[in-house]
Design a protein around this ligand. Structure first.
Ligand code: C5P
Length: 400
């Protein structure tokens, strides 16, 4: 039986010349046994008649946000709950921008806001529009939030341009939908992840911290969830929303992070220490705001617990991946850390480079384990996270 058989899919169609390819995707999905409801934006109706989708799906097409008849059949919240997956194909640049901002001025956008399960979008637009930094930033933000970005493809475009921006072909999208429904490599596994910086209070208004944005740890949480794991994310203070389906435990200091990890680690099959934990904390926090009475002041610092080393020293430790952010001799320092901290794997990257490491959207990682290594070349953090989780899952299965 086909993997998408009986899967409930909302197919969203936005206004673009590639809208005709959505009809082919719908035909393939129906042939594979999926149950599909089609939602079109008003602009999509300028390109393809709703009747085409109605005839292919055997159901009415949802278009108007204020359509009382459609709402009484299955209102938009119910439609979002009904779907196992929402696929927006084609997703225009305008739709992507609105989705990123959380607009709800057409039915499809309100569905995206209400959808709790997975949303995949297949971008389709002119290559200049795709390359525009506004579109790129919108796609990065959506990927960080957990949206699956499928494509685009490169090639000749309807406008005569050649480049990246064509929507993936219907067969390729069907393949991705199948893969999405395949049980992930980490199905049923408990994954505990630390992410972000820690804040070590000096007094009630000041703290010591670092530049970690949490983006890599959050991308890993999302990738592990997509691989089927149950993920708990112990996070320092960051400006990111937790990926859907992830349980987040918010902490401030290293000691709080350590406590939160130790409370949960016995349930974990896999531990990923991605947080940039402050090495030291202030020995004596002041209860009152410290006044600037002298020209110099000294803070006495004491070592924080090394969370990952405490975890790997347990009697029955989970499979553990650590990180090493280095400014030089990356491989040597990472290899030292792998053995010193008794890690199963380490992901090392060079910080201080404008394209990788703290606060950036992309990363390049050298992955080391006892008897192997692999370089993950420069890519977006969600893409690096996907590759990393894939390799980690294979190593985990091999060892266990
Ligand atoms: O020793 P260093 O800080 O470079 O080690 C980095 C690795 O150790 C990362 O995986 C980080 O999350 C973890 N770590 C930790 N607790 C600390 C310091 C680092 O878990 N106090």
């Amino acid at each position: 039986m086909h993997i998408t058989h009986k899967k409930k899919i909302v197919l969203g169609v936005t206004g673009g010349i590639a809208a005709y390819k959505a009809a082919e995707l719908l035909r393939l999905l129906i042939k594979a046994g999926a149950e599909v409801r089609v939602v079109m934006t008003p602009a999509a109706c300028e390109f393809v008649q709703p009747l085409t989708f109605q005839a292919l799906s055997g159901h009415r097409v949802y278009i108007d946000i204020f359509d009382a008849e459609a709402e009484s059949a299955m209102d938009h919240i119910e439609l979002a709950r009904w779907a196992d997956l929402m696929v927006v194909a084609p997703a225009s640049a305008d739709f992507i921008a609105k989705m990123r901002q959380g607009y709800g001025d057409n039915l499809l956008l309100t569905l995206c806001l209400a959808e709790k399960k997975s949303i995949a979008i297949a971008p389709a637009m002119n290559q200049q529009m795709y390359a525009n930094s506004a579109t790129q930033e919108n796609l990065t933000a959506l990927a960080e939030r957990g949206t699956l970005i499928w494509g685009p493809d490169a090639g000749e475009q309807a406008c005569g341009d050649v480049g990246l921006g064509r929507m993936l072909e219907a067969e390729a999208l069907l393949q991705l939908i199948n893969t999405h429904f395949q049980p992930g490599k980490l199905t049923g596994r408990q994954v505990l992840i630390t992410a972000g910086p820690t804040r070590e209070a000096i007094d009630p208004v000041r703290y010591i911290s670092n530049h970690s944005s949490g983006k890599m740890g959050y991308a890993l949480a999302q990738a592990a969830t997509q691989a089927g794991a149950n993920v708990t994310l112990v996070s320092g203070p960051v400006n990111l929303a937790p990926p859907s389906g992830v349980e987040r435990v918010s902490v401030n200091s290293a000691v709080e992070m350590c406590d939160a990890v130790m409370d949960r680690v016995s349930d974990a099959d896999i531990f990923i220490a991605c947080a940039a934990v402050a090495d030291y904390r202030v020995a004596q926090q002041s209860e009152q705001k410290i006044k600037k009475t002298s020209d110099q002041m000294q803070l006495s610092l004491i070592r924080n617990p090394d969370i990952v080393s405490i975890v790997t020293a347990l009697d029955n430790p989970p499979f553990t991946l650590g990180f090493a952010a280095e400014t030089e001799n990356v491989e040597k320092y990472a290899a030292d850390k792998l053995s010193r901290k008794k890690l199963d794997m380490i992901a090392a990257n060079q910080v201080g480079n404008p394209e990788t490491g703290f606060g950036t959207d992309s990363n390049e990682v050298l992955l080391l384990w006892e008897d192997g290594k692999q370089i993950l070349p420069l890519a977006s953090k969600p893409e690096i996270a996907r590759q990393l989780i894939d390799i980690l899952a294979d190593r985990y299965v091999k060892i266990n």
